[in-house]
Design a protein around this ligand. Structure first.
Ligand code: DX5
Ligand code: ZN
Length: 217
C-alpha cells in the first residue's frame, strides 16, 4: 500500500490551526505532539486542544504523547476518540496494560522509542501494539536532522512483524523530507510523520504528494 503521510501540527501556525488543518486535507492522519515540559523540555497541547483539533481536522488524529506518566494520562485521548494514541516506552510503567486499555477504549495503541532506546524488549511484544513509532530525532522539537543510525531498529521491527505474522504499522518521526524518506521506507517504515517539510512548504498538498512518491521510489 501507499506510504501513510502524517503531518505534524507542531510545525503549524498555532494561531491559525483551522487554516493549517485545511492545508493538509490530503494527508492520511494528523500527527499531534503532546508535550508536558517534563518528559521533554517543551510544552504544547492538552486534551482540550486535542479535542478541538479533532472536531476541526479533515483526517483522523494520530496522537504522540511525549509526557510522563502516560499510564495515567493516555486513556483520556482514546476516550475523546483519537484514532491512535502512542506513548513513550521510557515513560510507561506498565506498557502492555496501557496498550490493552487504549485498545479497549477503541484507539490504536502505539509505543514510541527514543533514539537511545533499545528495541529488543518490544520485538516479541509486537502483537500487543498496532503501531511502533521509531524516533529519528531526540523528541521535543521540530526541524531537527534525521538520525540514520536508528534505521537498524526498523529492520529488526519489520523482521519481527513478519516472523510473528502481525500487521503492525512502523512509523518514523523526525527530520522526514523527500531527501530522507526513502531511507526510512527501505529500512521498513510504512508511516511517516513530517512537520517542517510539510508546513514549511508553500503548497502543503504538493509536499505530501512528493513525500508519498519519494517513499516508494
Ligand atoms: C518531535 C516530534 C515530531 C516533530 C517532527 O519531538 O515528535 O513529530 O514535529 O518535526 P520535523 O518533521 O520538523 O522533524
Ligand atoms: Zn511526534
Amino acid at each position: 500500500m501507499a506510504a501513510r503521510i502524517n503531518p505534524s501540527i507542531l510545525s503549524a501556525d498555532f494561531a491559525n490551526m483551522q487554516h493549517d488543518l485545511e492545508r493538509i486535507a490530503t494527508a492520511d492522519y494528523v500527527h499531534v505532539d503532546v508535550m508536558d515540559n517534563h518528559f521533554v523540555p517543551n510544552l504544547t497541547f492538552g486534551p482540550q486542544m486535542v479535542e478541538r483539533v479533532q472536531a476541526t481536522s479533515p483526517v483522523p488524529l494520530d496522537v504522540h504523547l511525549m509526557i510522563e506518566d502516560p499510564d495515567r494520562w493516555a486513556p483520556q485521548y482514546a476516550e475523546i476518540g483519537c484514532f491512535s494514541v502512542t506513548f513513550h516506552a521510557e515513560a510507561a510503567t506498565a506498557p502492555i496494560t496501557l496498550a490493552r486499555t487504549l485498545r479497549k477504549l477503541g484507539a490504536r495503541a502505539g509505543v514510541a522509542l527514543s533514539p537511545k532506546t533499545d528495541v529488543g524488549a518490544y520485538l516479541d511484544l509486537l502483537p500487543e501494539f498496532d503501531q511502533v513509532l521509531v524516533m529519528t530525532v531526540e523528541p521535543g522539537f521540530g526541524g531537527q536532522s534525521f538520525l540514520p543510525h536508528v534505521m537498524p531498529k526498523l529492520t529488526q521491527l519489520r523482521e519481527a512483524a513478519t516472523r510473528l505474522g502481525t500487521d503492525v504499522w512502523l512509523q518514523v518521526d523526525g527530520g522526514i523530507s523527500t531527501e530522507t524518506i526513502a531511507t526510512a521506507a527501505q529500512a521498513g517504515a510504512d508511516t511517516f510523520v513530517a512537520g517542517s517539510s510539510v508546513f514549511g512548504a508553500d503548497d502543503a498538498a504538493e509536499a505530501i504528494a512528493a513525500l508519498r512518491a519519494a517513499a516508494s521510489a
